[in-house]
Design a binder for this molecule. Sequence first.
Ligand code: NAP
Length: 247
Amino acid sequence: MKTLILGGTREARVLADIASGEQGFDIVSSLAGRVRDPLMPVGAVRVGGFGGVDGLREWLVANEIDTVVDATHPFAGIISANAAAAAAALRLPLVHLRRPGWSAQTGDQWIRVPDLAAAAKTVADLGDRVFLTIGRQGVGAFAGLTRPWFLIRAIDPPEGALPPHHELLLARGPFAVDDESRLLADRRIDVLVTKDSGGDQTEAKLTAARSAGLPVVMVGRPPLPEAAVVMENVAQVWDWLQESAAQ
Ligand code: NAP
């Protein structure tokens, strides 16, 4: 059974690692090609966009794909929608692997907002020193905020307009709670902005913010396509793939 894993996440790499070694499974992972030095999955990998729904559909046919796993990041909404449309047109089985979002705990001061534009409006009232941990994309939503100072953390430098007062910190998780606490204190952070990515790789900042009594602006996820089949972890998807192969 030939499976396309749409990746760019740790879960996608773990799934490729498990399935690539198994008899009867032919796995191809796909990366968008955004990160300069990506962590590569085991096995066959293709890199770069497909060219929208039509391009993806043609690629699925040309490569004789039987099943598709959308294991992209919870905020990669376009490719998830494209995968749903292309798989539906070809009647291919598709699952979306989505780790659960984060849950607030006692002591958390989270302000949930629907998108980055709302986050930019909200953060202006919460402090003068903002820790922006939303990745490289979307920083432009904060470019019009001329008063606050931003600590912008991303793997690669953001492109396009940036807020005028900022420091750029290039780093890739996972991060430790002690290091995050030190960073919040050193930079005298007033408020943290994050996407609700979920998972344990970048959760330490939330623990650190809770300990420091700082507010967190939590940006909500884009919706998945209607009627999407969603699984929360790699084990569930691997079971599903094995069942599909047995049919
Ligand atoms: P997006 O907005 O949903 O997708 C934009 C375009 O990028 C898609 O239309 C597609 O181009 C291409 N693309 C995205 N993921 C792809 C993949 N796995 N393989 C081939 N092409 C892909 O996605 P994004 O938010 O830019 O994220 C890009 C990649 O980074 C994803 O693979 C995602 O898993 C990873 N990532 C994203 C975030 C985040 O916060 N958004 C965080 C960590 C990792 P075509 O239309 O030309 O096919």
